[in-house]
Design a protein around this ligand. Structure first.
Ligand code: IPM
Ligand code: MG
Length: 353
């Protein structure tokens, strides 16, 4: 197993260090893998002038899986768009055809109090958001800012081909089939033709999965339902932009965006694994970031790319034990419980592996 490690910017290196400790602990137990490090995002811009350098592309093309920290920082905000760190992330997703982004939002019972919603509304929450990741308005052409009739206009293009919709729909139906067999497809078909096609194609694909109950929801309603009654959802499938927004919203239900891992897969389950949170430059280098989302991303890697379900469960159980014991990083701190730093949280997970 070849794993490319791209720590990135901000808190990236700190949280990745903890995830690597977890991988090394599993290695000591007989899992065989090689780690190779590369640059992406702001650190890559600093070193090479580009957020997704050729050397990184070569490295990740050869790897079976990629573990990524986070990219971005205020020092890069003034750079021309092609050099911004976020472009590195979009470039690697596109270059490796990582079209299927799985973002589970699971509430650990111990964190019910950390959620912004009432504990009874979120207790037992377990949603999987399947976000299309290489299409939509993120990549559509034409795009830009231009002069028109004496003023500037900004424009982007929301576009999906039926093939793109069909392949993500299959991923979502298969995910639902392995869970509670409920799939909700989110669109904005009352206004946007692009998402009318989305709905039509999802309905076509549904014929191949009669055992899965399919429903549809407009994105504004979905945003509302996620905070009104989130437990009505099992699997949600949606486009790139709606998925970006809804997955941040869903993450907060679970207590902290610092808890949520993600997998971005291609057609062969080669994957990029990263926490859904960003580089948090305001707390970088202070040993306060929550490493659990990154550690849980390693569990997803073992499950989806390497088919090591048992090892994945070991990590997830270790995280649960640590929470049960009362360890909390500051984003999930609670009165009477021990607030620990990044390193101490990582060590606590190791001790339960
Ligand atoms: C995410 C992030 C990225 C996105 C940004 C950093 C480009 O918000 O992974 O959700 O919008 O996809
Ligand atoms: Mg996002």
């Amino acid at each position: 197993m070849k794993i490319a490690v791209l720590a990135g910017d901000g808190i990236g290196p700190e949280i990745i260090a903890q995830a690597i400790n977890v991988l090394n602990a599993l290695k000591a137990d007989g899992l065989d893998f090689e780690l190779e490090h590369g640059l992406i995002g702001g650190c890559a811009v600093d070193a090479t002038g580009e957020p997704y350098p050729e050397a990184t592309h070569a490295l990740v093309t050869q790897a079976d899986a990629i573990l990524l920290g986070a990219v971005g920082g205020p020092q890069y905000d003034a750079l021309p768009r092609p050099q911004r760190p976020e472009r590195g992330l979009l470039a690697i997703r596109k270059a490796l055809n990582l079209f299927a982004n799985l973002r589970p939002a699971i509430l650990y019972a111990e964190l019910a109090e950390a959620s912004s919603l009432k504990p009874e509304v979120v207790a037992g929450l377990d949603i999987m958001i399947v976000r299309e990741l290489t299409g939509d308005i993120y990549f559509g052409e034409p795009r830009g800012i231009k002069q028109r009739d004496g003023q500037r206009v900004g424009f982007n293009t929301m576009i999906y081909s039926e093939a793109e919709i069909r392949r993500i729909a299959h991923v979502a139906f298969q995910a639902a089939d392995k869970r509670n067999k409920k799939l909700c497809s989110v669109d904005k078909m009352n206004v946007l033709e692009c998402t009318q096609l989305w709905r039509d194609v999802v309905i076509e694909v549904a014929k191949e999965y009669p055992q899965v109950a399919l429903s549809h929801m407009l994105v504004d309603n979905a945003a509302m339902q996620l905070v009104r009654e989130p437990k009505q959802f099992d699997v949600i499938v949606t486009g790139n932009m709606f998925g970006d927004i809804l997955s941040d919203e869903a993450s907060m239900l679970t207590g902290s965006i610092g808890m949520l891992p993600s997998a971005s897969l291609d057609e062969n389950n080669k994957g990029l694994y990263e926490p859904i949170h960003g580089s948090a430059p305001d707390i970088a280098g202070q040993d306060v970031a929550n490493p659990l989302a990154t550690i849980l991303s390693v569990a997803m890697m073992l499950r989806y790319t390497f088919n090591q379900e048992e090892a994945a469960l070991r990590i997830e159980n270790a995280v649960q034990k640590v929470l049960q014991q009362g360890f909390r990083t500051s984003d999930i701190a609670a009165p009477g419980l021990q607030t620990v730093g990044t390193q101490a949280m990582g060590d606590a997970v190791l001790s339960h592996l």
